[in-house]
Design a protein around this ligand. Structure first.
Ligand SMILES: [Zn+2]
Length: 75
């Protein structure tokens, strides 16, 4: 297990405040086993950007993983 995932009704998923809350709860359950859990949110787009992942860090922030969208760093 590395984290959890769920679906969103949007084309391109974005993590929501409610997601952050449940993600924080999830992370707090496994501080030893999963110090940096991954949240994957699946949208409805069939393109690669329809699936996005966030890594949860100790400071309470979720960091987006841009593994398949190198162009996003130039925007
Ligand atoms: Zn969500």
């Amino acid at each position: 297990m590395v984290g959890y995932w769920h679906t969103h009704p949007a084309d391109i998923p974005e993590i929501s405040p409610a997601d952050m809350k449940s993600f924080s709860k999830f992370a707090a359950c496994y501080p030893q086993e999963l110090p940096h859990p991954i949240a994957v949110i699946v949208g409805t787009s069939s393109q690669p950007e329809g699936i996005k992942a966030w890594s949860f860090r100790d400071n309470g922030n979720a960091v987006a993983a841009n593994w398949m969208a190198p162009q996003s760093s130039e925007q």
